[in-house]
Design a protein around this ligand. Structure first.
Ligand code: CA
Length: 223
């Protein structure tokens, strides 16, 4: 899952990026409103975390308003140093989905990101399933047929993206856009290599393959 983080305090921004990458998210950081605005409008993100107060022409509120005006629905979490009712209301009214007051704990940020990533039709329990394959995003756990499967962080991120889009054909470009960040120099055959290693672990030891190659289009996870 790919996250856009717009935060002008570099120390905070870099610490959050590192922490989120540890959790297998791909993270693009913008340090000012102008760059954040451009990135946000370009799309491609599964979640956006926007600092409310940003130097320059646009702050976090302007960015949310702009993407909502475009009719886009990506989940947005606002970060703010202020904790006044009026600010919360203004933030949520601008189209943000959630609001976190600084200083916050990293654990709480993670929990809120997971909540935002949950599709409305999914229940509160956070296990994703396809057939007998289960993935628990908050525990880094993958099981198939009750058996634990060890994955690398990138394999885990790839599988999570496939599971959240189960039944849909995903192109290599879509996969690159959601599993790797902007700075990663990823070629389509890198995706092939990761798919192959993932398939070794989640499909090879079991009877029914779940990860399907759709020739000329991409990949699909389905039972
Ligand atoms: Ca700020």
């Amino acid at each position: 899952m790919r996250i856009l983080l717009v935060e002008d305090e570099q120390k905070i921004a870099n610490a959050l990026k590192r922490g989120l990458e540890q959790e297998a998210y791909a993270v693009d950081v913008a340090y000012d409103g102008r760059e954040g605005y451009g990135r946000a409008l370009a799309g491609k993100y599964d979640v956006m975390i926007l600092d409310r107060m940003l130097p320059g022409i646009s702050d976090g509120l302007d960015i949310v308003r702009a993407i909502r005006k475009e009719g886009r629905h990506e989940p947005v979490l606002l970060l703010t140093a202020r904790d006044a009712t009026r600010d919360r209301v203004e933030g949520l009214d601008s189209g943000a989905d959630d609001y976190l007051v600084k200083p916050f704990s990293f654990e709480e940020l993670l929990a809120r990101i997971r909540a935002l990533l949950r599709r409305p039709e999914q229940t509160a329990d956070t296990i994703l399933t396809v057939g007998d394959l289960e993935l628990q995003p908050d525990q880094f756990q993958v099981k198939r047929h009750g058996q634990m499967i060890e994955l690398s962080r990138k394999e885990f991120a790839l599988l999570e993206y496939l599971m959240r889009n189960q039944g849909r054909i995903l192109s290599k470009d879509q996969i690159i856009a959601h599993v790797w960040d902007f700075d990663a120099d990823i070629l389509p055959n890198t995706v092939e290599a990761f798919v192959a290693s993932l398939r070794q672990k989640i499909d090879r030891p079991f009877k029914e393959p779940l990860l399907h190659t759709v020739r000329g289009f991409g990949y699909k996870l389905a039972s």
